[in-house]
Design a protein around this ligand. Structure first.
Ligand SMILES: Cc1ncc(COP(=O)(O)O)c(C=O)c1O
Length: 404
């Protein structure tokens, strides 16, 4: 295309650039801030995505794309690399792609040494293949496929066992009256053989960050993940953090857009989230260290004094809980409060108190695996409040509930 660009630029009235894919507005400030705040990133990021990002991607897939049934998610380094590498990763032999299309579908087939064939939208006429690209809204035509066209593509996949990769990078940009929908919404819970490819480049003005997402059939995503893990195709952690920030704000968008100073409001959300994450992370790191140290000591003294060892074991188990779980356990077992009273004291709903109690108990029991000798007796005391905790347990709790 470069020579044509040069020729157009030499025109007396200059070039009119009709390419649709390049964002021109600034990256929102809060995303820039999330990236900068995470700039200290000495460890390798995980290919599968941070837990926060994974949760955000799943929520987004369900609430925005309308995905149902079993599905998985995976962050990608923008979507172009995924488009180019997918036939290689899936070892596709024949790839179909739209007649007028984003060129990378063909490039990907060529990299994989696969056969390729351009096809029109009518899936009933598609020849046999093992990977088909669908792109709605389309770059460059802007064409949006309706529900029955997408259903026909799904039917083709069901009939032939081919994988349909639906490039939905422009889902937020309806070009006409037909509202674009994700192929995964049309699939209505049966995502077998389907993946949807999404990009944050265009919808959120961050093409320079390289951030994308795939959603769909967990088996296909597992194959893709395996190859990406071993070939270093992981999204840099600061970019994952920026993606999380985006998802956080998206969730609160209803409130954000009503605020008189949206930018300031978003900053407040980000600052408090970051402070919270840092606090939790620091505490977890400290607790882990303490609790493993204690467990190790217990192992050493278990032979000498069961009594002391059991008390230490309980303390170590308590330290492995979250502050809220610990508070609920101590209020229940040491002070004998019932759930209703615990909920009142901690100002949380009764259901939440009940789930902290259940999780706390489960975590304590899990902790016992470390010293199996005591498992039976603690299991028994866990069943009867007020016999399980030893003196001094309460102090471990109180300082931290306030903090939480
Ligand atoms: C249809 C289509 N898919 C995928 C991409 C890749 O976008 P990115 O790699 O920025 O996510 C583009 C970019 O222009 C596109 O037009």
């Amino acid at each position: 295309m470069a020579p044509y660009g040069d020729k157009a630029r030499s025109h007396p009235d200059g070039i009119i650039d009709l390419s649709v894919g390049t964002p021109v507005d600034d990256t929102p400030q809060f995303i820039q801030d999330a990236l900068v705040t995470s700039a200290n990133s000495p460890r390798y990021p995980v290919t599968v995505g941070t837990p926060e990002l994974r949760a955000a991607m799943r929520d987004w897939a369900i609430n925005v794309l309308g995905v149902q049934g079993e599905f998985d998610v995976l962050p990608t380094i923008g979507s172009k690399e995924l488009v180019a590498l997918l036939p290689t990763i899936l070892q596709s032999k024949k790839v179909l792609y739209p007649t007028v299309a984003y060129p990378t579908y063909l490039v990907g087939a060529e990299i994989a040494g696969a056969q390729s064939e351009p096809v029109d939208l009518d899936a009933s006429r598609w020849p046999t293949a093992d990977l088909v690209w669908v792109n709605s809204p389309s770059n460059p035509t802007g064409q949006v496929q309706n529900q029955s066209q997408l259903q026909a593509a799904i039917d083709y996949a069901r009939r032939t066992g081919a994988i349909i990769a639906s490039d939905e990078c422009y889902l937020n940009f309806p070009a006409g009256d037909v509202q674009p929908i994700s192929i995964l919404k049309v699939a209505a819970g049966n995502n077998t053989g389907l993946i949807a490819v999404h990009s944050l480049s265009k919808r959120s003005n961050l093409a320079g960050y390289r951030a994308g997402i795939i959603v769909g059939d967990p088996k296909i995503i597992a194959t893709i993940l395996e190859v990406r893990k071993h070939s270093g195709l992981m999204v840099p952690l600061p970019v994952q953090r920026a993606q999380e920030a985006l998802a956080d704000v998206y969730e609160r968008w209803g409130k954000v857009k009503k605020h008189e100073n949206p930018e300031a409001y978003v900053m407040r959300v980000m600052v408090s989230k970051h402070a919270d994450m840092r606090r939790k992370w620091l505490r977890k790191a400290q607790e882990k260290e303490t609790s493993w140290d204690l467990a190790e000591n217990i192992r050493n003294i278990a032979d000498h004094s069961d009594d002391v060892a059991q008390r230490l074991l309980v303390q170590s188990a308590l330290k492995s809980l979250t502050a809220m779980q610990r508070a609920v356990i101590v209020l229940s077992y040491e002070h004998g409060f019932v759930l209703r009273e615990i909920a009142e004291i901690l100002e949380i709903p009764m259901g939440t108190a009940a789930s902290h109690l259940a999780r706390g108990k489960a975590a304590v029991l899990a902790h016992l695996d470390l010293v199996p000798e005591f498992e039976k007796s603690v299991r028994k005391t866990l069943a009867s409040p007020q016999t399980f905790l030893s003196e001094g347990s309460a102090e471990i709790v109180y300082g931290e509930v306030v903090d939480e």
